[in-house]
Design a protein around this ligand. Structure first.
Ligand SMILES: Cc1cc2nc3c(=O)[nH]c(=O)nc-3n(C[C@H](O)[C@H](O)[C@H](O)COP(=O)(O)OP(=O)(O)OC[C@H]3O[C@@H](n4cnc5c(N)ncnc54)[C@H](O)[C@@H]3O)c2cc1C
Length: 343
């Protein structure tokens, strides 16, 4: 391999599952990588919030495995004490338990512990909101709200696709029309997450999660039963996408009031404190494979511009943490292979 033509530096936008695994793969192959994220910590939608003495997972609730390579990563994370099996199934609100035998895994102490573990050894700069991406002197230039500006030979974009496109627009970078058109077909559902600290145990049964079949609630979990909130009973409630769309502009107080009233049978104790988080892009509804009608495609999209940019994330790999992971790996390997192809 000609070391002169191989990519030597890369900027990765987003420190969620896709961005972290892309960065690790690139770094393992000798590429200098910087990961930038607007969040205060790493993890993206694998999110854990601490408030008062309670802890809540308010984004992804658990991991599932289909892909062999992701399974091997989970084995490693379990052996390192970062991940453990939570349950093999959850009941629905009619009390029906449908065990499918597939384990659901969670982060020990919270889902974002997984991201913190994967970020170790990487250069990750949090609280850096990227505002524009453009090409200067044949290299990608990233500009952040805090005034940071960095350059690299390649770029991996892992935010939800509409956010990635907005960053390229802000830098006046024009994508080929056909690629732009395909990317614009990738769409996401919103979700409102309501978290509450209770003054006693909830009525959510073991193992601590219930699939709700009646809108406006889709899921309710007890984070103490899950094992991540030892000092206090906290619950996480996710709304249906329709409710989130209808109430996107509704005040947090009104959302909390409506959702606690709907969830009354599961509460079992008084709400001492609460928070609401709005996920505008919670999970992709139409992913790249579906929009391209070519499921054999790699779970990422390389734009063979000079310099190259790869789009990745669950919008390409599928609407789960696992989908984001396989997309992150594919993004790194596509860039590494692209460097070799150009030699
Ligand atoms: C409510 C909810 C419940 C879910 N439940 C599950 C579940 O139970 N199981 C499951 O497998 N999956 C679940 N998911 C989906 C799962 O969380 C995602 O598929 C996965 O985490 C996506 O990872 P990602 O790396 O593609 O994107 P993200 O995790 O969203 O990472 C993208 C990162 O880009 C950063 N970013 C965006 N814009 C900028 C910018 N301008 N500058 C800097 N950084 C930026 C963001 O801060 C973010 O950290 C759920 C998601 C939500 C929201």
């Amino acid at each position: 391999m000609n070391a002169e033509t191989r990519i030597k530096s890369c900027l990765v936008i987003g420190a969620g599952m896709a961005g972290l695994l892309a960065a690790r793969r690139l770094q393992e192959n000798g590429v200098r990588v910087t990961v930038l994220d607007k969040g205060r910590g790493v993890g993206g939608r694998m999110a854990t919030r601490r408030f008062d003495e309670g802890v809540c997972d308010h984004g992804a609730q658990f991991l599932t495995v289909r892909d062999k390579r992701f399974g091997a990563l989970l084995d490693e994370l379990c052996a390192a004490g970062v991940v453990r099996e939570w349950a093999k199934s959850f009941p629905d609100d009619r009390g029906t338990l449908l065990p499918d035998g597939n384990p659901r895994y969670c982060g020990v102490g919270g889902m974002n512990a997984i991201a913190r573990h994967l970020a170790a050894g990487l250069t990750v700069q949090c609280s850096e909101t990227v505002t524009a991406l453009n090409v200067e002197d044949g290299r990608w230039k990233v500009t952040t709200a805090g005034g940071l500006s960095q350059m690299a030979e390649a770029l991996v974009l892992t935010p939800p696709v509409p956010q990635s496109l907005a960053l390229l627009d802000a830098g006046n970078f024009v994508l080929p029309a056909s690629i732009r058109g395909e990317l614009e077909t990738i769409t996401y559902d919103p979700c409102l997450a309501v978290m509450a600290l209770l003054d006693g145990p909830s009525r959510i049964p073991e193992p601590g999660g219930v699939k709700i079949t009646q809108p406006p609630i889709a899921w309710i979990a007890d984070n103490r039963r899950k094992g991540i909130s030892p000092a206090a009973s906290t619950i996480t409630i996710h709304t249906t996408p329709d409710f989130a769309r209808e109430h996107w502009e509704t005040t947090q107080e009104e959302i909390a009031r409506m959702i606690f009233s709907e969830a009354e049978r599961w509460l079992g104790a008084n709400v001492r404190n609460w928070q609401v988080h709005r996920w505008r892009y919670s999970q992709p509804v139409v992913t790249q494979a579906a929009s391209f009608r070519m499921p054999c495609l790699l779970p990422c999209l390389l734009v063979n511009s000079a310099p190259p940019v790869v789009f990745a994330g669950d919008g390409f790999g599928g609407p789960r943490v696992e989908g984001a992971a396989v997309s992150g790996w594919a993004a790194a390997e596509t860039l590494l292979a692209d460097g070799r192809a150009n030699q």
